[in-house]
Design a protein around this ligand. Structure first.
Ligand code: DOR
Ligand code: ZN
Length: 343
């Protein structure tokens, strides 16, 4: 049987929520990944080091006994974040970055940044403390077509941030367009990016053609095929600026299969299998390890993880739903067969 063994990977962009959903999803991620960057868009958001440490403890409690997993915490940047908090975060062993959500751009982003220039003084403090800024790169402008929001954000805001703060390490999260790939490739080594499994596997037809598929609705939204091809080329090209970040984002099935369904694809149950499928299709399975296990750690200046995971080419069927006790989460590829399986 065909097998693939790689250094145990890390997930550089993950939502795990809290409470009952956290307990449902944490075993999936802890089984596959050594570490994950935990997104702070809870209700209310994680804005202080004290809140991040409390959230970290809640996450550690949700890891099944015997599993070795390290959450890498982030803080949610708001108009009220202070320079003192940025310094505290930089001094904390457990907080690794700030997350910038343009206000209104996505799930739980109401507390995000409405005026990017208002937080420029904080970006300067992050730059001086070498604290990475993780960016949801979309404008939250009703007048801007949803398929253009990433490109417009890069042109109108991100380029200026990078020019004004050349020393600031930036991760452009969940790339979805050829323009974003181009931006990251031509920026300095301070700029890197994550790419999700859904944006490697699907274009917007998977969301809209032959029926509306709410479980393929995420933000930034799936784009045209030529964008997907640019993302596959970036992920499989060996460039260390690009690394694995699932953006696995659990929502209750009832809130996705809804007249106003919320954004997010749940992929933690089979993240590596989904990436393996994308890399195999591109004839680049030998590049999966760099993307999944080395590039992100190097960018974050953390030691590469130890240990290995093994995938086998052995088909299995994804369950229709995960959870119990009131939790029901429909995973990506629910009810479908996956070619790869992690042992
Ligand atoms: O699809 C998404 N879901 N995109 C985001 O930016 C947020 C995430 C979530 O938290 O559900
Ligand atoms: Zn996210």
């Amino acid at each position: 049987m065909k097998t693939l063994t790689i250094t145990r990977p890390d997930d550089w962009h993950l939502h795990v929520r809290n409470g009952a959903i956290l307990k449902t999803v944490m075993p999936h991620t802890a089984r596959q990944f050594a570490r994950a960057v935990i997104m702070p868009n809870l209700k209310p958001p994680v804005t202080t080091v004290a809140q991040a440490l409390a959230y970290r403890d809640e996450i550690l409690q949700a890891i099944p006994a015997g599993m070795d997993f390290t959450p890498l915490m982030t803080l949610y940047l708001t108009g009220s974040t202070t320079a003192v908090e940025v310094k505290k975060a930089a001094e904390s062993r457990h907080v690794h970055a700030f997350k910038l959500y343009p206000a209104g751009a996505t799930t739980n982003s109401d507390s995000g940044v409405a005026d990017i220039h208002a937080v420029y003084p904080l970006l300067a403090v992050m730059e001086s403390h070498d604290m990475p800024l993780l960016v949801h790169g979309e404008v939250a402008d009703d007048a801007c077509d949803i398929f253009d929001r990433e490109r417009v954000f890069i042109e109108s805001q991100l380029s200026a941030i990078h020019e004004n703060f050349p020393g600031l390490r930036i991760v452009v999260e969940h790339l979805t367009t050829a323009e974003a790939v181009q931006f990251v490739q031509s920026a300095s080594a301070k700029v890197a990016a994550t790419i999700t499994p859904q944006h490697l596997l699907f274009n917007r037809n998977a969301l809209l053609a032959g029926g509306l598929r709410p479980h393929h609705y995420c933000l930034p939204i799936l784009k045209r095929e030529h964008h997907r091809l640019a993302l596959v080329a970036a992920a499989t090209g060996g460039n260390p600026k690009f690394f694995l970040g699932t953006d696995s984002a659990p929502h209750q099935t009832s809130l996705k299969e809804n007249a106003c369904g919320c954004a997010g694809c749940y992929s933690a149950h089979a993240a590596l299998e989904l990436y393996a499928e994308a890399f195999e299709r591109a004839g680049a399975l030998d590049r999966l390890e760099g993307f999944a296990s080395f590039h992100g750690a190097d960018f974050y200046r953390l030691p590469r993880s130890t240990g290995t995971v093994t995938l086998v080419k052995s088909a299995w069927q994804v369950p229709l739903v995960y959870g119990d006790d009131g939790v029901a989460i429909t995973p990506l590829k629910a009810g479908e067969a996956l070619a790869w399986k992690m042992l």
